[in-house]
Design a protein around this ligand. Structure first.
Ligand code: ZN
Length: 112
C-alpha cells in the first residue's frame, strides 16, 4: 500500500489525513509537522457503539486505533497505545479544535 503523494500544502485545511488499508488491516494517519509530512500506522477495529473521539472529542462512530511502539529493538518489546477515534476522518477534521492529542500520539511513536 503506497500512501498518496502529499506535500505540506495538502494540510492547509486539514489537521490530518487518514486512510484504512484493508490488505494490512492498518489505519494510516498522516499530518504536517515542522514543515514535513509525517505518518504513523496502527490497527483499527471499528466499534459497534458510538463513542467519544480521542482527537476531536465528538460523539460518533468510532473505532479502536492501536499503535505499537518498539521500546527495545533487541528483545522485540512493544508497548501499545489504544485510543478510540472517529471512523470518518473528514468528520473528525471538521470538529478538531486543537492538536494536543495528535501531538502526543506522534511524540509517543517517535519515542519522546
Ligand atoms: Zn474525531
Amino acid at each position: 500500500m503506497h500512501p498518496p503523494h502529499l506535500t505540506p500544502d495538502d494540510f492547509l485545511h486539514l489537521t490530518y489525513l487518514s486512510w484504512y488499508d484493508k490488505g494490512s488491516m492498518k489505519k494510516f494517519i498522516v499530518r504536517e509537522l515542522e514543515g514535513s509530512v509525517k505518518g504513523l500506522s496502527g490497527s483499527f477495529v471499528p466499534s459497534p457503539q458510538n463513542g467519544i473521539c480521542h482527537f476531536c472529542h465528538h460523539m460518533g462512530a468510532v473505532g479502536l486505533f492501536t499503535v505499537d511502539v518498539k521500546t527495545d529493538t533487541k528483545n522485540h518489546n512493544y508497548k501499545a497505545l489504544s485510543n478510540y477515534i472517529c471512523q470518518d476522518e473528514a468528520n473528525c477534521n471538521a470538529h478538531i479544535t486543537d492538536t494536543e492529542k495528535l501531538d502526543f500520539l506522534f511524540d509517543y511513536v517517535r519515542g519522546k
